[in-house]
Design a protein around this ligand. Structure first.
Ligand SMILES: Nc1ncnc2c1ncn2[C@@H]1O[C@H](COP(=O)(O)OP(=O)(O)OP(=O)(O)O)[C@@H](O)[C@H]1O
Ligand SMILES: [Mg+2]
Length: 325
């Protein structure tokens, strides 16, 4: 436990388990906030620590290969960097592969998934596609290699944006409640045991210090932690502006008037400083709101102003995560 001292009040918060000791991290958040970037940065950090990492994407318009400057990533697991494999899961092949992985016998798989009647029932089952992706991703946590060691130390799921990501994580419980005893239910139970274990799994919430993103993150946090009771391993606030001014300078700058300043550059600089001070104060208030509501390790990733946001930018963010881990 660590003590955080704030204006007049002290908050006790748990530091949580070793982030890199986790086996399964779900990177969740609003569309466009940087889920793929954070997945990539976490993968680089973990790989540097010698972990074998799988980054699993959910049938997305994958940008990871662009970000990391590697070959395009398809539905088959491929090695992209030392210690890092990646896959862009696609429901049909994920279901087939996952079905095969757990059933082992192709004939049995065919009977279950390709049988005309069973297939009709399965096709109608809501969430089956989502379960195929989630099921496959979590399966790789328990997958063993030929030497009977886990094939991956860490699986990072680059989850679909907000509502879709949440619905995906709701599926195992729905299966546990609705499915008849059998293979499907057993699989969902095993997956749920993994997802709810804070020593093995965690949700990494990614957000921006902006109104809409913060509101969505607070809703998402409530749903994950209160409704689903899933452990939140960290909160990543992305694209944070570096502080140019100290907090006490904000009010001073916001009130600073350029009246009477003759030099046009002087007036311009005052205007810029005022706008920047307002932005920093606003950003601070959003970070404060998140901090008050979410009791998890927090990472602030700087906004990087690079013409090409690619590998070196992600390396940069990964180094920031390392330094604050
Ligand atoms: N810290 C940062 N500084 C500057 N730009 C960033 C930063 N993080 C991400 N970006 C930029 O923000 C954009 C969105 O990032 P990313 O693709 O990781 O988001 P996403 O949440 O995965 O989006 P989607 O919902 O489309 O999957 C990218 O174009 C990336 O270049
Ligand atoms: Mg993405």
């Amino acid at each position: 436990m660590v003590e955080t001292q704030r204006t007049g009040k002290s908050v006790t918060r748990s530091k949580g388990p070793d982030f890199y000791g986790l086996r399964f991290i779900v990177v969740a958040g609003k569309g466009g906030v940087g889920r793929s970037t954070v997945s990539a940065a976490l993968a680089l950090s973990a790989a540097r620590r010698g972990k074998r990492v799988l980054v699993a994407m959910c049938n997305s318009k994958e940008r990871l290969s662009y970000l990391l400057e590697v070959n395009p990533i398809g539905p088959n697991i491929q090695a992209i960097l030392p210690n890092i494999d990646a896959v862009n899961m696609e429901p049909k092949s994920a279901l087939e592969e996952y079905g095969m992985l757990i059933l082992k016998i192709r004939a049995l798989y065919r009977f279950i998934f390709e049988n005309r009647f069973v297939a009709a029932v399965m096709r109608g089952a809501p969430g089956l596609d989502a379960w195929a992706l989630l099921g496959k991703a979590q399966y790789h946590v328990r997958e063993m290699d030929e030497r009977n060691r886990p094939r991956f130390d860490l699986v990072i799921l680059d989850a679909p944006a907000t509502g879709h990501g949440l619905d995906m994580l709701r599926i195992p419980r729905v299966i546990m409640e609705a499915a008849a005893p059998g293979l499907l239910r057993r699989e969902a139970e095993v997956a749920w045991e993994l997802f709810t274990d804070p020593n093995r799994s965690g949700i990494c919430l990614v957000t921006l210090a902006e109104e809409l993103a913060v509101n969505e993150t607070l809703d998402l946090h409530r749903a994950f932690s209160q409704e689903l009771k899933l452990p939140i391993c960290c909160l990543v606030i992305n694209q944070v502006l570096t502080k140019l001014f100290a907090q006490e300078e904000w009010t001073f700058l916001e009130k600073l008037s350029s009246d009477g300043i003759v030099n046009p550059y002087g007036r311009f600089l005052i205007k810029c400083s005022r706008v920047r001070a307002q932005r920093e104060a606003l950003q601070h208030s959003y970070i404060q709101r998140l901090d008050d509501a979410i009791d998890a390790k927090k990472y602030l990733l700087p906004a990087l102003f690079t013409a090409e946001f690619r590998r070196s930018a992600v390396e940069n963010l990964s180094a920031v995560i390392d330094r604050s881990a």
